[in-house]
Design a protein around this ligand. Structure first.
Ligand SMILES: CC(C)(COP(=O)(O)OP(=O)(O)OC[C@H]1O[C@@H](n2cnc3c(N)ncnc32)[C@H](O)[C@@H]1OP(=O)(O)O)[C@@H](O)C(=O)NCCC(=O)NCCS
Length: 173
């Protein structure tokens, strides 16, 4: 059985950064479901992940399968000026590389993010997902996320409009 680990690193080592870029590029090339449509050049991608590590409102979790970084998720909080919405946090850029799927890594990443959300005192976790991401939708619903709406103009993928579903999990419910 493959070994699944999730970590919230303070810093990314070069090897971890490389593996994270590879994993994310694999997920993007496979059709992804998060923001990127085409995987960027490696140096651009590395700068993106380094940037994530520098943003205080973003908590990056990395998931490993048998020791190799293969997936990730970010738990995003809002800055001070968004005081009215700061009871909620957001799940962002949740993916697992195609080669590492089906071993429970995506679920483990979400569970780790939820533990952190509870530790930080958030009342709710929000997320949105393209309507086409059936596996992700099933996973989120099994984790207790409730759909509250659908935006028909959520994403534009290669000239096609793709609707997206919006979910919330009430941590006190
Ligand atoms: C969605 C995604 C993150 C799942 O990653 P994963 O590591 O394979 O997921 P897990 O192994 O944790 O499995 C989660 C659940 O989905 C089910 N599942 C996994 N792959 C499946 C498949 N191909 N078909 C049907 N169900 C599947 C598992 O059985 C599991 O359910 P269970 O815990 O009740 O058994 C991954 O497919 C992915 O990166 N997709 C593209 C990006 C995306 O959609 N991100 C989310 C929106 S931003």
């Amino acid at each position: 059985m493959a070994r699944v680990d999730v970590e919230r690193p303070e810093k990314l080592k070069n090897r971890e950064l490389g593996e994270l870029c590879e994993a994310a590029a694999g997920a993007i090339d496979d059709g992804a479901g998060f923001g990127w449509i085409n995987a960027p050049e490696r140096d651009v991608f590395e700068r993106y992940w380094r940037g994530v590590m520098m943003v205080p409102e973003r908590a990056l979790f990395i998931g490993r399968l048998d020791g190799v970084v293969a997936g990730s998720v970010q738990l995003v909080s809002l800055p001070v000026q968004k005081e009215a919405w700061r009871h909620g946090c957001q799940i962002d850029t949740h993916f697992v590389a195609p080669w590492a799927r089906g071993h429970g890594l995506a679920r483990a990443l979400m569970e780790a993010a939820e533990v952190e959300a509870r530790d930080k005192g958030f009342r709710v976790i929000n997320l949105s997902v393209r309507k086409t991401q059936d596996v992700a939708i099933k996973l989120y619903e099994s984790l207790g996320f409730a759909r509250w709406g659908t935006n028909p103009t959520y994403a534009m993928i290669k000239g096609e409009m793709v609707p997206g579903h919006f979910y919330v999990k009430d941590l006190e419910g």
